[in-house]
Design a protein. Structure first.
Lengths: 484, 96
């Protein structure tokens, strides 16, 4: 179903392209040997290269090149055997050279795509125009002094992958799904940690609107949005703003806008007069980067299993529904946990417990799956105990809580707490007889036609068994006795 | 391609150069001449000639291993800064 904005004068469609900056995971910077670690003392991770001292020359970090290539494979893209670094010129205090080393018309990666899953079960293919390597800028602090800006260059020169989508995105939901998928892929590969709140993944959104069937409208670019939810909100707001602007006789201008997450609106950042002109030219300090086939083939052979392939395998090998498989592969750690828990057990049931009870507990405790209080092998074993009739699924809820609280194996818990399910017909019969005998008035009411009381008797008998009676057998016994 | 005063002014802004009014005409003239010379290059037939991105194209780009070999030289980094405080460079307030 397509996303349509109902304007005063008719329908509008939206077109979105996203530019995502991913900070590359590497020990040292893209062109210098200074460290990249987050949160160090200001200007301690800065070399003369990063600070733009005269005469210093950039030397590329091979690992950053490999990370870009791996990510290129993850994006189903072309790895360009020759790419060229260029200077993007602008003057700002976060960039001491007066230019950022980036790539312009010869990026290292081009022409890829990723498939994203939508809420309604549809899959959409979003094209990737390019991925290029470039330097991150330093950090400015404007609130430390009345007339001065503080500059910390620790981040200046850290490698970034800028990943540019094609204008294939047609709704805020698709934009969100694209970002989640992209984050999932770079995390699987280990080329970026994908933490938008720490700024290691940042997003610019190009948004335009047009009438169905007509050419695309003029786009505005919303800069540096720092969460997936905000990207979706910013797109929704911006598209609406453009529709209202056009319908009231105005014209969308191509400009850079900023998203105010508190007010939930976008506003213009730069006026036309100060519009930048980056005057790209090939960086004379760096000759073209040429990749040899051996390197590309080695990296291809070392690629880990990515979310799409894993999802397919989960559906095939574990008989999971597509939705469940999609949920489980979104994060590599969850997928690993599932496989450890499901191996040799009832995988569908294991998946249900992970997505239900376990996620609820992790959510409540603010923990990630790798900190799970329940070991995967214990979860798998608990499912076995349910399936072989040792415990009922009702008791399993209690066993699960004990596993969370005490970290013991389900066998230990069942033995210690005496939670073994009662499946002995004569024992169940006795419990039911006792309940009926001590409630003759209710029995009479039931026989008088108040059949709703059946559930009440089952409940009483279940309580008498401390929840351990086999629910199906108990049900049947109560019915049999009452109707006798 | 010709250069006018507006263009020179804009180039000045982009390059952070103040171009005094009395030098404007001279700059317009000189830049126009330079571009005229560049235009002459277009007369050369470059069909079937691959663009040269570097004069040392037979060389391989030098690469570094991913090791931390630099940094922790804050005093040297800040030594030439007109102003610094608490380990930061200080610059006139710039809010874009």
């Amino acid at each position: 179903m397509s996303y349509i904005i109902k304007g005063e004068t008719g329908d509008w469609e939206i077109v979105v392209g996203l530019e995502v900056h991913c900070e590359v995971i590497s020990k040292a910077k893209l062109f210098s040997g200074a460290a990249t670690a987050f949160g160090s003392e200001p200007n301690t991770q800065v070399s003369f290269v990063d600070a733009g001292f005269p005469g210093m020359l950039p030397v590329i970090n091979h690992e950053c090149v490999e990370q870009a290539i791996r990510t290129g494979f993850g994006l189903n893209a072309t790895i360009n055997k020759k790419s060229i670094f260029a200077r993007k010129n602008y003057y700002y205090a976060d960039l001491p050279n007066g230019y950022q080393i980036s790539q312009s018309d010869h990026p290292i990666i081009s022409d890829g795509y990723i498939d994203v899953d939508l809420e309604n079960g549809e899959t959409r293919r979003i094209g990737i125009e390019r991925l290029h390597l470039e330097q991150d800028a330093g950090k400015l602090m404007h609130d430390q002094h009345p007339s001065k800006t503080f500059v910390d260059l620790n981040r200046a020169g850290v490698a970034l992958m800028e990943i540019v989508s094609r204008p294939d995105i047609r709704s805020p939901e698709e934009a969100g799904a694209y970002l989640r998928k992209l984050r999932s892929i770079v995390r699987y590969i280990g080329s970026c940690d994908g933490n938008m709140d720490e700024g290691s993944m940042r997003c610019d959104a190009n948004v335009s609107v047009h009438r169905p069937g007509e050419p695309f409208g003029t786009r505005a670019e919303i800069k540096n949005v720092n969460s997936i939810r905000f990207v979706m909100q910013a797109i929704e707001y911006e598209a609406m703003r453009q529709v209202e602007l056009i319908e009231s006789g105005g014209k969308v201008v191509q400009e850079t806008r900023k998203f105010d997450s508190v007010k939930g609106e976008t506003k213009s950042m730069r006026s036309k007069e100060t519009a930048v002109d980056y005057r790209y030219f090939y960086d004379p300090d760096l000759i073209p980067l040429v990749l040899d086939d051996a390197l590309i083939e080695r990296l291809r052979s070392e690629m880990p299993e990515l979310p799409d392939a894993k999802k397919k395998r989960f559906i095939q090998d574990y008989n999971l529904p597509a939705y469940d498989a999609g949920q489980l592969v979104a994060e590599k750690e969850i997928a690993n946990y599932f496989e450890a828990a499901a191996k040799g057990h009832d995988a569908k049931k294991v998946a249900n417990y992970i997505m239900g009870d376990l996620f609820a507990v992790l959510n409540k405790q603010g923990k990630s799956i790798s900190e799970s209080p329940v070991k995967p092998e214990n979860l798998g074993r608990m499912v076995d105990l349910i399936n072989d009739g040792t415990i009922s699924s009702r008791i399993a809820k209690d066993v699960f809580i004990f596993m969370v609280e005490e970290g013991k194996t389900p066998d230990e818990i069942v033995a210690e707490k005496g939670l073994k399910q009662v499946t002995d017909t004569s024992a169940i019969e006795k419990m039911v007889d006792d309940v009926l005998a001590s409630n003759p008035d209710k029995v009479a009411e039931y026989k008088g036609g108040k059949e709703k009381l059946l559930g009440w008797f089952v409940g009483q008998a279940m309580r008498a068994s401390k929840g351990k009676a086999n629910p199906a057998m108990l049900n049947e016994m109560v019915k049999k006795k009452l109707d006798a | 391609m010709s250069i006018d005063r507006e263009m020179v002014k804009r180039l000045g802004i982009l390059s952070r150069l103040r171009i005094p009014e009395e030098n404007m005409d001279e700059m317009v003239g000189e830049l126009t001449k330079i571009l005229g010379w560049v235009d002459q290059l277009k007369d050369v037939d470059t069909d079937n000639v691959l663009p040269m991105n570097s004069v040392v194209e037979d060389m391989k780009l030098r690469e570094r291993e991913d090791e931390i070999t630099d940094g922790n030289i804050r005093n040297e980094i800040l030594a030439n800064a007109p102003e610094s405080m608490d380990g930061y460079f200080l610059v006139p307030k710039v809010v874009e």
